[in-house]
Unconditional design. Structure first.
Length: 288
């Protein structure tokens, strides 16, 4: 299974009982899409290189059932057909371009696969969109770590006005989202897992490393205050638990995560290491 995201390409190879391989490569596919409406040539090239590696890994593992989905950056780009053709050649299967609602549904199914799904509101912060989904409903908002960076937080460190504007943009976009106050917040995907690695010291690259770790809202706000004073280079040096390729968008991701917790008025979020890929795998295996 492959998830072609706005910021990263991700691979899961599973036999239904255990993960045989799980890999993520940050390629920034969606950089600039919010402004130009097109996938950039260098970003496409980097993403296709990652997908070629995934295709080779699936071949080596003898994978028979393959599926791939493409999300926000691909669905919002005018030149997606060109990219999909190259991705199909690399993977041996044509990626399905899915809408935000279905993206959220897959994330929910993966995230709650080892817990009671009725208790949770799952939030998936991607590079181009953020999904809120529970057992009954799914909402997708067109803001993510890359999109917010491109719109507001391209300067690092940002000015106080830029940081304030970023919080205001997120609060305004999330204001229509309704929720059940009895549910707990469950964060999935790269922004949440990276933040969990930073604040808990767990290894995001290790199986189960940040799975079911907690992020406290006050701690996240302190982290944003610190990050907002740093250059990209200083961010890399200060937070060694973070993948350096995420360093230029992690502040925006943290602002979005803070906005989620503020809108829901929750003191903390639990993190799941399972997400869209796991939901896709469950559906594919059910058809076998």
């Amino acid at each position: 299974m492959v998830d072609i995201g706005t910021n990263s390409m991700r691979l899961l190879i599973t036999d239904g009982e255990a993960d045989l391989k799980r890999e993520a490569v940050v390629t920034g596919l969606g950089r600039g899409v919010d402004e130009t409406g097109r996938l950039g040539d260098s970003e496409m090239d980097a993403s296709v290189r990652a997908l070629v590696g995934f295709g080779e890994a699936m071949n080596a593992a003898g994978v028979q059932q393959r599926a791939a989905v493409a999300t926000s950056a691909t669905r919002d780009s005018s030149n997606r057909e060109q990219f999909i053709l190259r991705a199909t050649d690399a993977l041996g299967v044509e990626p399905e371009v899915i809408d935000g609602s279905f993206e959220g549904r897959l994330a929910f199914e993966g995230a709650v696969s080892d817990m009671d799904g009725d208790r949770w509101l799952v939030c998936d912060i991607g590079g181009g969109s953020t999904e809120f989904v529970d057992a009954n409903d799914s909402d997708s908002i067109d803001i993510g770590s890359i999109r917010l960076t491109d719109r507001v937080l391209s300067d690092r460190p940002p000015s106080k006005d830029q940081l304030t504007k970023a919080f205001d943009v997120v609060a305004d976009l999330f204001s229509p989202i309704a929720f059940d106050p009895t549910q707990r917040l469950l964060g999935v995907a790269g922004t949440w897992t990276t933040l969990a690695a930073i604040v808990t010291g767990a290894d995001d690259d290790e199986p189960g490393g940040v799975h079911h770790k907690e992020i406290n809202r006050d701690t996240l706000e302190d982290l944003i205050e610190e990050m907002s004073t740093l250059t990209v280079e200083e961010t890399i040096a200060r937070f060694p638990a973070m993948n350096p390729a995420r360093s230029d968008v992690i502040l925006a991701g943290a602002v979005i995560a803070s906005g989620v917790m503020s809108h829901l008025d929750v003191p903390s979020a639990m993190i799941s290491g399972r997400d869209t890929l796991d939901g896709l795998a469950r559906r594919l295996l059910a058809l076998a």
